[in-house]
Design a protein around this ligand. Structure first.
Ligand code: FES
Length: 158
């Protein structure tokens, strides 16, 4: 989904100079968390504006966790789990993928900026992929701007 140019320009002008994105990442314990750990121990550089919450499996993710984070001021969300076929609970990531796809469609229907919501597969051996994913996600969240702007624009239009 692309936004009209005037909305993007309006968003850019409202961003305070010292604003930094706050992105919450839900990582499955067995793959993505270990991949993030590997990135750290390998001293790979990636954007530091990400806060990690470890969950037992991506299948444990509830869309309400995401909504709660956004309500509390997170500018973006990343959910990451084991690659399909590698889930330590066999099918957890398949459930996560379905839940997330449906949730994204619902958010899109509501007019939510999908640059704020991301899902990825990162294994324990993919430290480099983890750093790339984080940089891409944070770059998109920076483009989307502070979430507070989204709420204020909506209130102004009501
Ligand atoms: Fe990693 Fe299920 S254990 S996604």
């Amino acid at each position: 989904m692309s936004l009209p140019t005037e909305v993007i320009e309006e968003n850019k002008t409202e961003i305070k100079k010292d604003w930094q994105p706050r992105v919450i990442a839900f990582l499955c314990n067995w793959c993505s968390y270990a991949g993030a750990d590997l990135a750290g121990t390998s001293r790979l550089r990636y954007d530091s504006h990400i806060e990690i919450i470890r969950v037992p499996c991506s299948g444990r993710m509830d869309p309400l966790f995401i909504l709660k984070c956004l309500e509390k001021g997170a500018d973006g969300i990343l959910v990451s789990g084991c690659h399909p076929g590698d889930c330590h609970y066999a099918t957890g990531n398949y459930y996560a993928r379905r839940k997330f796809a449906t949730f994204r469609k619902l958010l899109e229907f509501c007019g939510f900026d999908l640059r704020r919501i991301h899902f990825s597969w990162v294994s324990a051996a993919e430290g480099a992929k983890w750093s790339k994913v984080v940089n891409e996600v944070i770059s998109q969240v920076r483009e989307a701007g502070p979430i507070a702007n989204m709420y204020s624009r909506r209130e102004n239009k009501l």
